[in-house]
Each structure stands twice: as structure tokens, then as C-alpha cells.
Ligand binder design. Structure first.
Ligand code: FAD
Ligand code: DLZ
Ligand code: SF4
Length: 513
């Protein structure tokens, strides 16, 4: 029989068959879970994220106990909470005489680095840090794929994983004869379309206790708790999944890029929080979506579009993160240093699209991909906001945010701060894009058709100002050829007028803080 082992479970490792528990001997091993103020405050997470993580941890501990496991659970307000994973582990080891520790690698560089140091400092214990095989692509496989490639494009990585896992494949070929149905997707939402409603998860006693705890310890953090409705158990996560498959997946592809005033969810799945916490396994979600297509319940463009997000983007950003950390976090290719405007916290802005997306973020700790990328992110890019501050904001405000997934999305996809390693061109857009994909402009005090002047949509002149400002870095990009030809077709006066409007707007932005 192997010696007793202490098994640490972190807050986003809520999966009963996670690698750290796989050889668990229930009669002698113990599981340790700790609620730590340091994890809540290394950045000031949105209150809903704190409630979500702590409530899900408590529910998971209860589930493990019901499975017959011994769980030592340290609550945030326990008198003897020592405030660190390491002192909590050491105190259990000292009390029990146990000399073996197993954990699954932390998903963020910050914690993984601390655990590796701690492991080196304590050769007297056998500390086994295991790979997190809930991801579909291991670190080694990603490194092998990335080796010797000039460009690390998501598309080719995703095709390889589809083949490896046999997802949406028919006789070795992609189902439907193409890998990608993006051309059929990205439609604006018809005005009269009624959106699916979302399942409601009534807070139970555990969640109500955690809400009180979070209000009393972290009441000053961003966000409101009134509308808290995140899945905190696997049971609820499965309900969210089946609701999505039945009500939203068939139209997910068509409208995945659409936005509508006062409609936060549209046809999105709301599954990122559950997948990131470990309540759902990414492969089971992918297979469930594939099955809907196989049974004729959802069209291929929708199912492929959805699977691409999880099998493609999610795995790809994680691969890039681990390939480049820690230096990735300090990249700033476009030399952007403007401070985050205060309306990122208050939502007090007369740009209606930003007001909508930021207030929704405050109320639900949620915004869908296009709101994060093409409204808030696009503004941050065009206005030249500092990547470090922008990344920190995204990590603080979303319930699904962990650095491994947030950082490449923000630095690489949104801000082009990695110089194009992730995105082949900056996702910069004028107001026309937001107007095409939403009804925000109809409710805005700015005129999306005007290019300059006090009533013009700020995205319009900021877009051209951005292109002019970064001409030396971007004009050689083949995907921006048309944009720069358009810029050069403008006469000097037109360019001056646009840049003058941008200067006035950016100055007022700096002055409001
Ligand atoms: P759906 O639209 O239903 O998509 C299905 C699933 O695909 C998601 O649940 C998610 O697991 C996955 N997914 C989709 N896009 C991405 C992507 N670009 N990267 C990784 N996974 C993806 N996602 C996070 O999980 N955590 C983050 O911290 C995060 N930060 C982001 C920051 C920015 C600037 C941008 C542009 C995107 C970010 N994303 C992040 C990706 C995406 O916006 C969210 O996963 C998605 O909005 C979650 O909502 P949903 O579950 O309804 O997603
Ligand atoms: C996000 C988070 C929070 C807010 N609190 C805890 C906690 O108290 N205890 C814990 O084990 N994990 C927490 N987490 C999740 C960790 O921060 C997460 O494991 C790392 O960020 C790695 O992804
Ligand atoms: Fe946003 Fe411009 Fe449309 Fe107003 S007009 S909602 S600022 S894109």
C-alpha cells in the first residue's frame, strides 16, 4: 500500500477525477481546500466571481465528503486561517505526519511559480505536481506544434485537434467539406427576434452564506451581487449545458457576433465559468454539441462555430500563455501608455455601446466575446490604453477570468501588444462595425455616420487616428493594405480634421480622471 498523501484542490480544480485525486486512497488520504484572502485580492475580483468560486468550492467539498473522502476545508473567516496555501499544507503535514503531497498544476503562472519554488525548498517531502489533463492539448504537444512555425495561427492548431479527437470528421475529412463556416455566421440580429430565457439558480444556504461573507470582507470590490445567477454545482452546470443545447445552440453560429441593447445573453452558452472551474469538462461539452448535430438538432455552422471556440480558441490561448510566460505579460508592441478612464469602473460614459457593455459587466460579471473584443477592447486599442492596466481590468471584472485565458485574449487579440503573434491584424474597427452588429447606435447621443466633429461617433475618428499614429508599425501588414490606401486617398485637410477630433476626445478622456 502506498504511503498516505495530502491532496490539494485549488478553487478552479473542482473535478472529481482531476489528476491530483486519481489514485486517492479514501481510507488514509486527505483532501485540503483553502479559502484565501490573497486569492481574492491579488487582483480585486468582481464580487460575483468571489461568490461563484467560494460557493462552488464549498459545494464541491460537500460532494467529495458524500463520495466518502476526508476533506480538510479552511474557510475564509476561520480563526486559524493562516492566509497561504503553503502554511496550510505544512500545518496539516505537521499534524498528520504525512510526507506526500499531490496537486494538479495551478492554471496561472503566478501560482505555479510559487508552488515550484516551494517544492524545491522542501526536499524532505515528496511533492508531486501533476499535469492538468482536463485540457485537450498538453504543454508538450503545444510546444511541438509551435516549434519551427513562423506563425502560430489558431486555425491550423484547431484543425489538428479536430483530427486528433475525431470531432466533426467524416472519413478523415471535415464534416460538410469545410473546416470553417464563419461566412455563414456573424449575422446581425433581426429586430423582432425574441431571445431564449436563461435558467434561474436560486441561491441555497451555502451561496447565501458566501454572499454575506463576500459583502463583509470584499464589499468595496467592483460589481453588484443582486443578480447573482451563476451555476455553482455540476448539477446546475449540466442544466445550463442542456438548456444551451436545446434553446440556443441552433442559432449560436448565426448570431454569435450580434449585440442588442439590454440583452446580455443572446444565444451564448454562459458555460465559460463552469468549464474554467472544472464543473464541466471541455471535451464533454464539445461531444454534447457534436451529438446535437449528429441527431439533426442543430446545424453544422452553429455546432462548428461553437466547438471552434472551445477546442480552438480556448486551447490555443492556453498554449500561447504557457509558451510565453512570464515575459508575455509585459509586452507592449504599440507603446500604449494611456491610463484606464474612470468610466471603466462607473460605466458613466455617453458612448452608449461602452455604457451598455460596462454596466452589464458590473451587473452580471459577464459580457460576450464581441462585447469584450469589439466594443470595450476596440476602444482600449484605439485610445491607446496601457496593456497592463487593461489586462488587470479584464481579470478583475469577469466571473470566468483567469490569467491563462484572459491575458492572451487581451494582450494578443485585443491590444495587438504581442506584435501580431496571435492576431494577423489588429481588431480595430470604426463605429460602422458596431452599428452593423448591434442596435446600440440608435440609442446613442453620437451620430455613427459622422466622421469628425463634436457629434461624430468617437470610434470613427479614433480609428483613423490609430491607423495614422501606427503607420510605421502597421502599414506593411498585408491585411491592412486597403485601410492604408483609403487613408492615403484622404487629402491632408481631411486627415487633419480627423486627428484634431481624436486629439480633443483623448484630451477630454485624460482630463476626466
Ligand atoms: P460562448 O460564446 O458561448 O462560447 C463558448 C465557449 O467557448 C466559452 O464558454 C469559452 O469556454 C470558449 N471561448 C470562446 N471564446 C474564447 C476565447 N477567445 N478564448 C478562450 N475561450 C473561449 N474567456 C474566459 O473564459 N475567461 C476570460 O478571462 C476571458 N477573457 C477574455 C477577454 C477578452 C478581451 C476577450 C476578447 C475574450 C475573453 N474570453 C475569456 C473569451 C470569451 O469572451 C468568453 O469565453 C465568453 O464570452 C464566455 O461566455 P460564454 O460562455 O457565453 O461563451
Ligand atoms: C479565483 C480564486 C479565488 C477568488 N479564491 C480562491 C481560494 O480562496 N482558494 C483557492 O484555492 N482558489 C481560489 N481561486 C482560484 C485560484 O486563484 C486559481 O486556482 C488560480 O488562479 C489558478 O488558476
Ligand atoms: Fe458606440 Fe459610436 Fe454607436 Fe455611439 S454611435 S453606440 S459611440 S459606435
Amino acid at each position: 500500500m502506498s504511503p498516505p498523501c495530502l491532496r490539494l484542490i485549488l478553487g478552479d480544480q473542482l473535478t472529481p477525477n482531476i489528476s491530483s485525486l486519481r489514485d486517492m486512497a479514501p481510507e488514509q488520504d486527505m483532501i485540503l481546500m483553502c479559502e484565501l484572502a490573497t486569492e481574492a485580492t491579488y487582483v480585486h475580483h468582481h464580487k460575483q466571481k468571489l461568490v461563484l468560486v467560494l460557493s462552488a468550492m464549498r459545494h464541491f467539498a460537500r460532494e467529495l465528503r458524500l463520495l466518502g473522502f476526508k476533506v480538510h476545508y479552511v474557510t475564509l473567516d476561520a480563526q486559524d486561517n493562516s492566509g497561504s496555501f503553503f502554511s496550510e499544507i505544512e500545518s496539516v503535514l505537521a499534524r498528520s505526519g504525512c510526507r506526500h503531497v499531490a496537486l494538479t498544476e495551478p492554471a496561472e503562472y503566478r501560482l505555479q511559480d510559487q508552488f515550484r519554488h516551494w517544492q524545491q525548498q522542501h526536499p524532505q517531502w515528496q511533492i508531486d505536481i501533476r499535469e492538468d489533463d482536463r485540457f485537450l492539448c498538453s504543454h508538450d504537444s503545444f510546444r511541438r506544434w509551435a516549434q519551427d512555425r513562423k506563425q502560430l495561427r489558431m486555425e491550423y492548431f484547431y484543425r489538428q485537434l479536430r483530427q486528433e479527437y475525431g470531432i466533426l470528421m467524416e472519413q478523415g475529412q471535415p464534416a460538410g467539406g469545410q473546416w470553417n463556416f464563419d461566412r455563414e455566421n456573424r449575422k446581425p440580429l433581426p429586430a423582432n427576434r425574441v431571445m431564449p430565457t436563461q435558467p434561474q439558480f436560486m441561491p441555497d444556504e451555502i451561496t447565501l452564506d458566501v454572499i454575506k461573507l463576500v459583502e463583509s470582507h470584499f464589499g468595496q470590490h467592483f460589481g453588484s451581487l443582486e443578480s447573482f445567477n451563476h451555476a455553482v454545482t455540476r448539477e446546475q452546470a449540466l442544466l445550463q449545458l442542456s438548456h444551451f443545447l436545446d434553446s440556443s445552440l441552433p442559432l449560436f453560429g448565426d448570431y454569435q457576433d450580434a449585440m442588442r441593447q439590454d440583452e446580455p445573453w443572446l444565444y451564448h452558452s454562459l458555460l465559460s465559468t463552469s468549464i474554467n472551474l472544472g464543473l464541466l469538462n471541455p471535451l464533454e461539452v464539445i461531444q454534447a454539441a457534436q451529438e446535437q448535430w449528429q441527431q439533426g438538432q442543430a446545424p453544422l455552422n452553429a455546432v462548428e462555430g461553437f466547438i471552434r471556440q472551445i477546442m480552438g480558441w480556448r486551447e490555443y490561448v492556453r498554449g500561447l500563455y504557457w509558451l510565453h510566460m512570464p515575459e508575455y505579460a509585459s509586452r507592449n508592441y504599440l507603446n500604449a501608455y494611456r491610463s484606464l478612464p474612470s468610466f471603466f469602473w462607473s460605466a458613466d460614459t455617453d458612448l452608449n455601446c461602452l455604457q451598455q457593455c460596462i454596466s452589464q459587466t458590473r451587473d452580471y460579471a459577464y459580457a460576450h466575446h464581441i462585447q469584450r473584443l469589439m466594443v470595450i477592447g476596440n476602444f482600449a486599442l484605439l485610445a491607446g490604453l496601457d496593456p497592463e492596466q487593461v489586462s488587470r481590468w479584464y481579470l478583475e471584472v469577469y466571473a470566468d477570468a483567469y490569467e491563462w485565458v484572459e491575458l492572451p485574449n487581451v494582450l494578443g487579440m485585443v491590444l495587438f501588444a504581442d506584435g501580431g503573434e496571435m492576431a494577423s491584424k489588429p481588431y480595430a474597427a470604426s463605429g460602422a462595425y458596431i452599428n452593423r452588429m448591434s442596435n446600440y447606435c440608435k440609442h446613442c447621443r453620437y451620430d455613427v455616420r459622422r466622421k469628425s466633429g463634436p457629434d461624430a461617433c468617437p470610434f470613427n475618428y479614433l480609428y483613423w487616428d490609430f491607423m495614422a499614429r501606427h503607420e510605421s508599425l502597421l502599414s506593411q501588414n498585408p491585411r491592412l493594405g486597403l485601410t492604408y490606401r483609403q487613408l492615403h486617398k484622404m487629402d491632408e485637410e481631411q486627415q487633419q480634421v480627423l486627428q484634431q477630433s481624436a486629439r480633443i476626445f483623448l484630451k477630454s478622456l485624460d482630463q476626466t480622471d
